[in-house]
Ligand binder design. Structure first.
Ligand code: BYC
Length: 474
């Protein structure tokens, strides 16, 4: 279905036929643009950036490339096409017709889920706003801005739902999405990870690999929702999300490749020598990985969650790829969980499957994360080194759920708090690690050039060469 670009707000939901909704969104639009100018990418607003814009939601038309100034990006409302045959795929109402309007009893809960999802989108733009100046190349700068404008559009997607289906409450929530800010002491973003600063590009790559991947799994869960407009919105968002994870995956891969080159040139694995040569030693890559992976695990919520059970029972939020499961009702199954025994050890608990849905989704996420780690390790192995990156245990450094605040080592073995405090600098980025990474962050804005701490990508964007002028400064 093609997108109407004639309207002030591009859309494929026939916005023009609903004047009240159109006016409400036109009222929100300048507030969004103000927010973008104030808290979106710092500077570069007049640069021409080689961006893709969605022109239709089918496989062919969703990515049209051209130079755009970011404030002129056509943010809009695009839902995947409606499937008139679609039925509720899980929970107590399995097999019934999906909802085009929200049943009154689920209004508050759905609003909460949509607001939580919506809150992460502008949060990530705020977190990344200082990275343009220190981009390692024009190619990378363009990717950053592509991610940023699409997160802006994902905010639009949630704001549309709030305005169209939640009346006045929804409009108020939409305003508040622009009032909370990442890291703000008084009005922080809702979920922990989205208040963590992203000051350097290694963190940016880790965030797009690990945190955007939480986005993938949460969007997949919401794409199963019985509330059809939410499902259709999230399905389309997922097509854009793939590129964000690609940026993280290839970014980390390129950091590793460059480090291996330096290790070869100097014939050493000594982190100090590697740092002195202006690269990022692999133990530091591991520490950044530990930080962002453990933070992102918290985004799935508690292992045992009555919220998750009722989302599932009521058909609001399913499991990612629900159709792959055999039993969509999940009332008779149990799930085994390893939890702290309160005595420095571990015990196994069995809980009803529906209460374990957060952990089921987290489990699928961990498997997906591991695929990238395997790929990066293959590069290290091929270069002839024995160092291996790995995902820490899901028990390590948790702030939400059964393991919140329980000290463990990265393998998940419970340890004493003192030992944890002594070792933490070996497991997470220390001040000196962060200082080293920051010392490498000098912007490289000359066409065809690349910072010395990262290898060039294998290929450019949309069949263009790597040294294409992806951002034209003025
Ligand atoms: N930080 O029963 P519980 C993305 C709250 S990322 C702070 O354990 P539940 C993106 C929780 O809200 C995807 N608070 O959890 C990526 C609840 O509070 P209320 C974002 C947390 O409800 C990169 C309380 O603790 N989408 O798109 O089963 C760039 C007890 O909750 C955290 C979604 O999250 C935390 N980490 O599940 C751009 C989907 N974790 O409600 C974008 C929508 C939990 O009692 N959200 N809490 O006040 C949800 O599905 C659920 O809210 C959660 C939590 C999965 C987050």
């Amino acid at each position: 279905m093609s997108i109407n670009y004639q309207d002030r707000i591009p859309n494929n939901v026939d916005l023009g036929s609903n004047r009240t909704l159109q006016r409400a969104l036109e009222h929100w639009q300048p507030e969004f643009l103000n927010w973008w100018q104030e808290l979106g990418p710092r500077d570069f607003q007049v640069a021409d950036v080689y961006l893709r814009t969605a022109t239709s939601v089918d496989a062919k038309g969703w990515a049209t490339y051209g130079y755009v100034r970011m404030p002129d990006y056509r943010w809009g409302i695009f839902l995947a096409d409606r499937d008139a045959e679609r039925r509720i795929g899980f929970g107590d109402s399995y097999g019934q017709e999906v909802w085009q309007q929200i049943p009154g009893e689920y209004r508050a809960t759905l609003r909460r889920l949509i607001v939580t999802q919506g809150d992460t989108e502008p949060a990530s733009v705020e977190q990344q706003r200082m990275l343009g100046h220190i981009a390692p190349s024009l190619y990378d700068m363009r990717n950053l801005f592509q991610v940023n404008v699409e997160e802006g559009r994902h905010l639009w997607a949630m704001v549309y739902l709030l305005h169209a289906y939640f009346g006045r409450d929804g409009r108020e929530e939409a305003e508040e999405l622009l009032e909370r800010h990442s890291g703000d002491a008084d009005k922080p973003r809702i979920l922990g990870t989205f208040n963590e600063p992203i000051r350097d590009w290694l963190s940016f790559f880790m965030f797009t690999y690990f945190t955007d991947r939480d986005g993938k799994f949460q969007l997949k869960s919401l794409a199963e929702s019985s509330f059809d407009p939410l499902a259709r919105t999230c399905s389309f968002m997922l097509t854009e999300e793939a590129h964000h994870m690609f940026v993280g995956d290839t970014g980390i891969n390129r950091v590793v490749r460059r480090t291996l080159e330096v290790m070869k040139e100097l014939n050493t694995e000594d982190p100090v020598a590697i740092r002195n040569a202006g690269a990022i030693d692999l133990p530091t890559v591991q520490k950044y990985l530990n930080f962002w992976f453990s933070s992102s695990l918290d985004l799935f919520g508690s292992e045992t969650s009555s919220n998750a059970a009722s989302y599932f029972a009521n058909g609001l939020k399913g499991r990612p790829d629900e159709s792959r499961y055999e039993d969509h009702i999940a009332t008779d199954q149990v799930y085994s969980l390893e939890v702290p025994n309160g005595n420095g050890g571990i015990k196994t608990e069995e809980i009803p499957m529906r209460n374990a849905m957060n952990d089921v989704t987290r489990g699928s996420y961990v498997k997906d994360c591991d695929m990238g780690v395997t790929r990066w390790n293959r590069v290290i192995e091929k270069a002839g080194y024995s160092f291996r990156l790995s995902l820490p245990s899901t028990r390590f450094r948790r702030n939400i759920g059964s393991w919140a605040g329980v000290p463990t080592d990265p393998t998940g073995k419970p340890i004493a708090q003192d030992e944890f405090n002594t070792q933490i600098g070996n497991w997470l980025p220390s001040d000196s690690d962060r200082a080293h990474i920051m010392s490498l962050m000098h912007g490289v804005h000359e066409q065809g050039k690349m910072a010395a701490w990262i290898a060039p990508p294998d290929r450019g964007i949309n069949n263009n060469p790597v040294d294409y002028e992806y951002v034209k400064m003025h």
